[in-house]
Design a protein around this ligand. Structure first.
Ligand code: PLP
Length: 418
């Protein structure tokens, strides 16, 4: 039995069956490539679902890991360490928000954001303002798997097995301003959006919708909360995707690429929101630990020093143009969307999307399919044009083979029926 088969058999017996894994055993990585047990290299256009923004074995990450890992890994939040204020400074300078809370993961940051919105509404009520406790989230949203987060996540299959989820959430049709207006009232404490939906299929909100959400929230004192866990920290070519819109949220959340694979999330907010938070109201044992903060500081400084946001814009634009060219050549591509290195090609069938992901894997290129029909690309920010050329050539070949097979099948059908 191969090592992979042995692990698969053991996992099948020992783990909860929450994942449908691809049958590959990775043992290492270098740059934008993952390396399997046989020493084969895979071009990674998914980077651990948007986490490994600096790719694998980046010297700045390794240096921070060794330096902080040998000095101090954990203190708890009962004491000070050097990392949190330094990292908060970097995040507040770049986000336009002024306060940070550190958590461990995306979903935990989102839970914090929801709790802070409820606490803020409570503070406003204590000051005599009329504001309720309801949330408005969007259709196709994804905010995580814990109870609060999953309550604001649209897909029924993520919520329904665990019902009842947190009450007080209404879903607004994606990018539908009339629906947003009709569902908004002073019962709402926060409007929750991703500026560019990730799991929902790389769908950017329109300028008009986000501006209207900002205006409605301002009209009652409700908060606009933008989830930047997938789109944020440089992936779209700006530090935060909302910066493409020129619209500031009251709260934003970040996580995935923040500490290069060491779990770390953050909630960033305004002074107005921070007013509602006092010692003991919220906290975490691990969140914002010295190791995670040291790595995150190295990640942000490296992105800045190596101009990786410009690289995301430049190589992302090249990738997008290439996908558009493919869309002209292949009818199966119905849409190309995204910004920077957060890109998607939507196909006309879910079966084909699955097949393309599998064919890419055979060619040792990692992508995935989200929202059934959407091929998603979330590569490391260190991607080059040469990597993009490799990926586009493979996609072109796979789609051409598919079209050829479909034609042959149709021709065979004609013969049979004729
Ligand atoms: C991945 C993701 C989350 C959840 O993050 P986890 O670290 O998996 O809990 C929340 N929001 C968005 C937009 C995400 O992409």
């Amino acid at each position: 039995m191969s090592k992979l088969d042995a692990i698969r058999a053991a996992e099948a017996k020992l783990l909860l069956s929450t994942y449908d894994r691809n049958p590959i055993l990775f043992v290492g990585g270098e740059g934008v490539h993952l390396i399997d047990e046989g020493g084969n290299r895979y071009l990674d256009l998914l980077s651990g679902i948007g986490v490994n923004a600096l790719g694998y074995r980046h010297p700045a990450v390794e240096e921070a890991l060794v330096r902080q890992g040998t000095a101090l890994i954990h203190t708890s939040n009962l004491y000070f360490h050097e990392g949190q204020a330094e990292l908060a400074l970097r995040l507040t300078e770049r986000s336009g928000l002024t306060r940070a809370f550190f958590a461990n993961t995306g979903t935990e940051a989102w839970e914090g954001a929801m709790k802070f919105a409820r606490a803020h509404a409570g503070l406003l009520r204590s000051e005599g303002k009329q504001i309720g406790t309801r949330f408005l989230a969007l259709e196709h949203s994804f905010h995580g798997r814990t109870f609060g987060s999953v309550s604001t996540t649209h897909k029924a299959k993520y919520r329904e097995p665990f019902a009842p989820v947190v009450p007080g959430v209404d879903f607004v049709r994606f990018d539908d301003i009339a629906d947003l207006r009709s569902k908004f009232s002073n019962e709402v404490c926060a409007i929750l959006v991703e500026a560019i939906q990730g799991e929902g299929g790389i769908r950017p909100l329109s300028q008009e919708f986000l501006a209207e959400a900002r205006r409605l929230a301002d009209s009652t004192g409700a908060l606009l909360i933008i989830d930047e866990i997938q789109a944020g920290l440089g992936r779209t070519g700006k530090w935060f995707a909302y910066q493409h819109y020129g619209i500031q949220p009251d709260i934003t959340t970040v996580a995935k690429p923040l500490a290069a694979g060491i779990p770390l999330g953050a909630v960033l907010c305004t002074e107005e929101v921070a007013r509602a938070i006092h010692p003991g109201m919220h906290g975490t044992t691990f969140g914002g630990g010295p190791l995670a903060c040291a790595v995150a500081i190295a990640v942000i400084d490296t992105m800045e020093k190596n101009q990786l946001l410009s690289n995301a814009t430049e190589v992302g634009g090249y990738f997008m143009d290439g996908l558009r060219t493919l869309a002209h050549r292949h009818e199966a591509i119905t849409d190309v969307r995204g910004k920077g290195l957060m890109l998607a090609a939507e196909l006309d069938s879910a079966d084909l999307a699955k097949e393309v992901v599998a064919e890419m894997l055979k060619r040792r290129i990692l992508i995935n399919c989200t929202s059934d029909t959407v091929l998603r690309f979330l590569p490391p920010y260190i991607l080059t044009r040469a990597h993009v050329d490799t990926a586009l050539a493979a996609l072109d070949e796979i789609l051409a083979e598919h079209a050829g097979a479909a034609h042959a099948a149709a021709a065979a059908g004609d013969v049979k029926h004729g």
